[in-house]
Design a protein around this ligand. Structure first.
Ligand SMILES: [Ca+2]
Length: 255
């Protein structure tokens, strides 16, 4: 009898596993169909024929988002910080010249903290943007930067960053700079800065604070030309350490 009970239990477990696999397979199938539908819509719709002011043909950047793991933003915001208005619905497609792609994938990453407290710097450009505990790198406290060497000069249209989106939080002093100087001494352009009280010492930024989410933060780079992208942070409302999950740089080679 005992053996039968064990067998019955095993059979029940196998049925549960099979059910989960079916549901997952269904989700993948449904997801695939939705993407196919969107693409065919894009081919016939207005998006495919969008043009920039200079007449260049535009298309949505091929940005794929990780899975969300929470909804809502029920946390205290940093004292006195000016925050973005919450947006309803997903972020609209970001349009850029046709052929724009993520040119940061698997590119070399350096940092002000070359010995992370947790994880490896190469995880910042490995394509894993998920909210798992194994998906982020953790750098020491205080203002710290991570830098991606694109390996060549690119026209950059958007930079998308995920610090950490496993729990609701606001990253502090988010600053995004580009340069052709790997030491960021000369020719530095600041594309985004929400250090509203200059606590990181790079100047007061007019950028707004924002809640980390699976959508990441998209910075419009307006076609700036550069080889190096440097992103600063100074802890978050969740931890004094600096967490990084992924940086994507959407660009095209300079003609
Ligand atoms: Ca990653």
């Amino acid at each position: 009898m005992k053996n039968n009970e064990i067998l019955n239990k095993r059979y029940a477990n196998m049925k549960q596993i099979a059910l989960v696999m079916l549901v997952v397979a269904g989700m993948v199938w449904l997801g695939g169909s939705a993407v196919a539908a969107e693409e065919s819509e894009g081919n016939d719709g207005q998006k495919a024929s969008a043009k920039s002011d200079s007449g260049e043909e535009l298309a949505p950047i091929p940005l794929e988002l990780p899975m969300p793991v929470f909804t809502g933003t029920e946390i205290d915001i940093p004292t006195g910080a000016k925050m973005e208005e919450p947006r309803e619905g997903p972020r609209p497609d970001f349009m850029a010249p046709v052929g724009t792609e993520n040119v940061a994938f698997e590119k070399k990453v350096t940092s002000s903290d070359m010995n992370p407290v947790y994880g490896d710097l190469e995880q910042i450009t490995d394509g894993d943007k998920e909210a798992y505990d194994t998906s982020y790198v953790e750098l020491k406290k205080g203002p710290q930067w991570v830098q991606v060497d694109l390996g060549d000069n690119y026209e950059i249209y958007a930079i998308v960053m995920w610090h950490s989106h496993n729990v609701p939080q606001v990253a502090k002093d988010v600053i995004v700079q580009v340069s052709n100087d790997p030491d960021f001494v000369e020719g530095v352009k600041t594309l985004f800065n929400n250090d509203q009280d200059n606590s990181s010492g790079l100047g007061i930024g007019k950028g707004l604070g924002y809640f980390e989410s699976h959508e990441g933060k998209l910075v419009d780079a307006k076609g700036v030309k550069a080889r190096y992208v440097r992103c600063w942070s100074n802890g978050s409302t969740y931890t004094a350490l600096n967490r990084w999950t992924e940086i994507e740089v959407y660009g095209k080679p300079v003609k």
